[in-house]
Design a protein around this ligand. Structure first.
Ligand code: A3P
Length: 314
């Protein structure tokens, strides 16, 4: 059990019975045989008696993915979910389905953290949401995988994206000049990556061609900041987990201006996300912002219809 000291409170006293607490994940496995442990598991120890559950941790393919969106709040969501004892999440972004697909599923599995039977393995790579081949590839791995997308007002998201880009490459042209094909006619360059990523309806349609709507959970990036426990509650429901991450895990840090964790995984000290999360945005001409809002309006409406949810971006 040394891998998971945080799990000890959820384990039965009599370990020989192999009985975990009444974890709701068992329900998830019942619902999701294709994404379950058996087919995808490389057990460390395999000589178990038939019928006995394994106590050894194993690397498995993920049963849940945070697929997007970049600058939506994906790191915050992953860090918050990691507090849950029934979640084992990879900290880095493996980019398997978009960049490293040719390395194969065995490589992908080897990247995953070890997990016990019943724990949900997950990773986040925000680029998955917008890369064309990804839905089919994810589907080929598992048709039962649960997908999570954190969405945020596409205009704010684009500015956040640009703020990140310019912090790494300070010599790039201004946001205003990149956002328009022609500033005089006001023609937007929707293929410019920071704007193109925000065409959520277009990307969502690609995923919906492969996965039913109820297998995709949308998190509001805005509410993840204003009410992290509320959004986390819905994500835990979606994953079939007990609501263990609650408002008692968060506090609002006035200096950071964001919710932070009272006790992150594996530590007893309060913790906020790093400096690259929650940055001051570059300031943008308000007229440009108005034009971008007009541009996104029909796209957002279409997205709300597909989502069955209005995110209130004006
Ligand atoms: P900004 O830096 O533009 O504010 P991602 O992790 O997907 O790259 O998203 C980064 C965004 O997460 C940040 O964008 C920030 O707004 C948002 N975020 C949500 N909750 C946060 C939190 N608790 N702490 C810091 N940033 C958070």
């Amino acid at each position: 059990m040394s891998y998971y000291p945080h799990l000890s409170s959820t384990l039965c006293n009599n370990k020989r019975q192999h009985c975990r607490y009444n974890s709701p994940i068992r329900g998830l496995h019942r619902c999701s045989p294709g994404a379950g442990a058996k087919a995808n598991t490389h057990h460390v120890r395999t000589n178990l008696l038939p019928g006995l559950k394994s106590w050894t941790a194993a690397r498995r393919l993920p049963q849940a993915l945070i697929i997007g969106v970049k600058k939506g709040g994906t790191r915050a969501l992953l860090e918050f979910l990691r507090l849950h004892p029934d979640i084992r999440a990879l900290g880095s972004e493996p980019h398997f389905f978009d960049r490293h697909y040719s390395r194969g599923l065995d490589w992908y599995r080897s990247m995953m953290p070890k997990a016990l039977d019943g724990q949900i393995v997950m990773e986040k790579t925000p680029r998955y949401f917008v890369t064309v081949d990804t839905p089919a590839r994810v589907h080929a791995m598992s048709q039962d995988v649960k997908l999570i997308v954190v969405v945020r007002d596409p205009v704010t998201r684009a500015i956040s994206d640009y703020t990140q880009i310019i912090s790494k490459t300070p010599d790039i042209p201004s946001f205003e000049s990149l956002a328009f094909k022609n500033r005089t006619t006001g023609q937007i360059d929707s293929l410019w990556s920071p704007l193109w990523i925000g065409l959520y309806a277009q990307h969502m349609e690609r995923w919906l061609a492969w996965f039913p709507r109820n297998q995709i959970h949308l998190v509001s990036g805005e509410r993840l900041i204003s009410d992290p426990a509320g959004e986390l509650g819905k994500v835990q429901d979606f994953l079939g987990l007990q609501r263990i991450v609650t408002d008692k895990h968060f506090y609002f840090n006035k200096t950071k201006g964001f919710p932070c964790l009272k006790k992150p995984e594996g530590s007893s000290k309060p913790h906020c996300l790093g400096k690259t999360k929650g940055r001051t945005h570059v300031s943008i001409d308000p007229e440009v912002i108005r034009k971008l809002r007009d541009f996104y309006k029909p796209h957002n409406q279409r997205f709300y219809q597909l989502a069955g949810q209005n995110f209130g971006w004006h």
